[in-house]
Design a protein around this ligand. Structure first.
Ligand code: DQQ
Length: 548
């Protein structure tokens, strides 16, 4: 068994964005401009590990699926003290025509200055009629925002996309932490996008949570429409809601709330005192969205780190991928929750469809999906029907509503009442290795609870990779509609899953040794006590996306 072959190209992804080699982390400044989608990202050109002196790499695409790499946009140079030690994360704003500011794409990003203080810089696209936006101008007057008094020099970063208020002032949020460990998003205002003044009150703060990174602030339509809104339509709007997403450094998770903005202070509708709900319950961080004016939608990117050791990353020569970009919109049911779904364009890679309907999955008898040529790069959509909820296990109140804990205690191999049922992906033929993505229904005091898990405990015979069992509850009324769907994107070393139409999402990184010998299978399974029915099943092999 070639368990030492982590360096095999078979762990590289086929349709998730990743550079040809080396380290990548946060998505930066995504935007659509003049016919092209632009994607910038934190990149270490010198190796497969994070480095303080990181650069902004840049790729362009016509369809968000196939990418051409253009030259790095921002990197430190000796003549620029304001980012001489590194170019950290930031965001794009496309400034409209006007006399007050220079129109066209503008980037705000964090620079590490000559004293390694974090400061905020501006850069303009040099030639706004070049659709590739290859050249960027970093004016000598940077930084445009200096470190605020009383803030640690290494705790002030990640400017958001700007939005303009009714008063004609632009606003941005910048992540930080105060001395007493309160996480904050500072608010800055500017008339010309160059001179910024810090507002007395932060846009948002959470007690005792540590630094909040990569704030993303955007409007969503309250009526459940999938149509996205431009960030600047936040202006004086009482019809729409606002989303604030933050990345919590100490917990390594991305969370969001839905709320309103009053006098430049963001007020979440619920989850008061916390930073909110998880966007994705798996490996997922530093996400950033943008409004796509071509398709009138909001698209989310996020960094998916490796779950192997840094020694493995050095052996591989690469580390870090991005999620498949997701369409995001607000659930119309009034629960203040986002729904996420892979962008339509990714379906252009689907090949060799397999489908069937109305098949009962018998307990302890996994059903193998045969006929897909390569199940290590596939898109699978399945809808389950639960014939009888009466068999659901009792919920144990001592689990204290901690979904990851429950998924770990009751992983895919622990037989239940209704569930676990779902998919076994990247499975070896003897099922010594598999990643299980599944649901399990519990009978709680006065309602049924639906849990979704992505179980990496058996995902690899390699011992030094993560065996975490990720989990999240699914916000559906399973009692009245006893059906639930699962979509899973399988791509060599990533398993990205969308439960109940994108209400609960979990991304896992896995390194099955069986992929080295192309011994990879796909099953539908049920470890409950009664059959569950697959009402509809569809799967496709996925072609390779082009990144060059
Ligand atoms: N990554 C960047 C920071 C950001 C962090 C540095 C989040 O700007 O806060 O690479 O992953």
């Amino acid at each position: 068994m070639a368990t030492s072959s982590i360096a095999s190209p078979k762990y590289r992804t086929a349709f998730h964005f990743q550079p040809i080699k080396n380290w990548m982390n946060d998505p930066n400044g995504p935007m659509y401009y003049n016919g092209y989608y632009h994607f910038f990202y934190q990149y270490n050109p010198n190796g497969p590990e994070w480095s303080e002196n990181i650069v902004w790499a840049h790729s362009v695409s016509l369809d968000l699926v196939n990418w051409s790499i253009v030259k790095d946009a921002f990197f430190s140079t000796q003549d620029h003290p304001f980012d001489i030690n590194g170019c950290w994360s930031g965001s794009a704003t496309i400034l409209p025509d006007g006399d007050v500011y220079r129109p066209g794409p503008v980037m705000l990003y964090t620079g590490l200055d000559n004293d390694k203080r974090q400061v905020q810089n501006i850069a303009f696209a040099k030639n706004i009629s070049d659709p590739m936006l290859e050249e960027w101008d970093k004016p000598d007057y940077n930084p445009i925002i200096d470190l605020p008094t009383g803030i640690q020099p290494d705790c002030f970063r990640d400017p958001s996309t700007g939005w303009i208020g009714e008063d004609g002032y632009w606003r941005i949020g910048v992540g930080s932490v105060e001395e007493d460990h309160t996480g904050v998003i500072f608010l800055y205002k500017s008339k010309d996008f160059v001179h910024w003044t810090k507002s007395e009150k932060p846009l948002f703060s959470v007690d005792d949570i540590g630094i909040l990174e990569c704030p993303d602030f955007f409007p969503v339509s309250r009526d459940g429409s999938k149509e996205g809104l431009d960030t600047s339509s936040l202006n004086g709007d009482s019809v729409n809601d606002y989303v604030l997403k933050v990345s919590i450094y100490e917990l390594n998770i991305d969370v969001y709330t839905v709320g309103k903005c009053e006098n430049d202070v963001y007020i979440p509708n619920d989850h008061k005192g916390s930073a909110g709900l998880r966007i994705d319950f798996g490996k997922f961080y530093a996400s950033k969205s943008f409004f796509d004016p071509k398709m009138k939608r909001r698209i989310l990117w996020a960094w998916v780190n490796e779950e192997c050791s840094s020694t493995d990353n050095i052996a591989k020569g690469w580390a870090g991928i991005q999620i498949v970009p997701r369409l995001i919109w607000l659930d119309e049911t009034g629960h203040h929750r986002l729904i996420q779904w892979p962008i339509k364009e990714i379906e252009s890679l689907r090949r060799n469809e397999i489908s069937f309907q109305n098949l009962d999955i018998i307990p302890q008898t996994p059903f193998e999906i045969k006929g897909l040529i390569n199940t290590s790069q596939a898109d699978v959509e399945v809808e389950f029907e639960i014939p009888n909820l009466e068999d659901a296990e009792e919920y144990d109140p001592s689990w204290s509503m901690d979904p990851q804990k429950i998924c770990s205690l009751r992983n895919a191999s622990v037989s239940g009442g209704v569930g676990p049922f779902g998919l076994l992906v990247l499975a070896s033929d003897n099922r010594e290795e598999y990643t299980a993505v599944f649901f399990r229904i519990f009978k709680a005091k006065d309602k049924y609870l639906t849990l979704m898990c992505s179980d990496q405990s058996k995902s690899s015979l390699r011992t030094e990779v993560s065996k975490t069992v990720y989990g999240g509850f699914v916000n559906i009324d399973i009692e009245n509609t006893p059906k639930i769907s699962l979509r899973t994107l399988i791509d060599h070393s990533v398993v990205e899953s969308f439960g109940a139409g994108g209400r609960t999402c979990i991304t896992s990184r896995v390194y099955p040794t069986s992929i080295l010998t192309d011994n990879i299978h796909l099953f539908v399974f049920n470890n409950g006590t009664k059959s569950v029915r697959v009402v509809d099943f569809k799967a496709w092999e996925m072609a390779n996306a082009r990144i060059d």
